[in-house]
Design a binder for this molecule. Structure first.
Ligand code: URA
Length: 253
């Protein structure tokens, strides 16, 4: 059982204060076998599987179902920060906010401000932890556009990525390291395009790998994490709710 105001605040429908007001003013209904029943007591306790309807605007009814865990796959646009809050930029959670989206989701890992593509948001901390644990080697695949086209040196570069690259300390003081084996697939048709798959997640890793071999990443997009693939028709800034990531993620993580 859960208080109706907490139910709605957990599900991203407003602050507790806003919701108390909304409930008292008769805008929240429970779906019962006998039809909709208005509930005006914010402290009323209801079973978690009760469906609620908010009639905040006259024409618009929004149906809410309680979900303990949510998994949201966002196509992060460039210029958006992989964080919950940020003093300057819009964040990935800002994009996903709304009725029915849990207020406690956060991104699993980070993409740089100028990187776009697949990012998972969830409130399932255990899953997030397993996905990020270095010893789990979850694959991350990126589409990469580079400044210097791949001509001539393709095979040697593929080999170099597979064997590991010595990455110097970053300009921000992040430690030097040798990258683990990565898969580089150079496009057969576009000389500045490649896919790279890594199993680590060090600071600016892909950019630093290409910089270490004398190139520069000009555009980076994550297209896969584990067996979760960015849908081709999901535009930057759009997201989908995953109903059962378990099959994909939990077995891998
Ligand atoms: N590697 C990078 O350099 N940047 C990212 O955002 C992700 C991987």
């Amino acid at each position: 059982m859960i208080r109706i105001d907490k139910y709605l605040s957990d599900m991203g429908c407003g602050t507790r204060t806003e919701l108390k007001k909304m409930i008292r003013s008769g805008k929240v209904y429970m779906l019962t076998p006998d039809g909709e029943k208005c509930c005006k007591d914010p402290a009323a306790k209801i079973p978690e599987d009760t469906e609620l309807v908010i009639r905040a605007e006259r024409e618009n009814a929004v149906c809410i179902r309680y979900e303990e865990f949510q998994y949201i796959l966002l196509n992060k646009p460039q210029g958006v920060v992989s964080a919950v809050t940020d003093p300057i930029h819009e964040t990935v959670t800002d994009i996903c906010r709304g009725y029915g989206i849990r207020d406690d989701i956060s991104p699993v890992g980070r993409l740089d401000l100028d990187t776009e593509g697949l990012i998972l948001l969830t409130n399932d901390g255990a899953l997030a932890h397993r996905l990020l644990a270095p010893d789990k080697h979850v694959e991350k695949e990126y589409e990469v556009r580079v400044r210097v086209p791949f001509t001539g040196n393709g095979e040697a570069l593929v080999q170099h990525f597979a064997e590991g690259i010595d990455i110097p300390e970053s300009d921000k003081g992040n430690d030097a390291f040798r990258s683990k084996s990565a898969k580089l697939v150079i496009s057969g048709t576009e000389p500045d395009l490649a896919h790279v798959t890594i199993t680590e997640g060090k600071y600016h890793q892909v950019k630093r790998m290409f910089a270490a071999v004398g190139n520069e990443v000009v555009h980076l997009k994550r297209i896969r994490m584990g067996s979760l693939t960015l849908p081709g028709d999901l535009k930057a800034g759009e997201y989908i709710k995953l109903s059962s990531p378990d099959a994909d993620f939990k077995q891998e993580a």
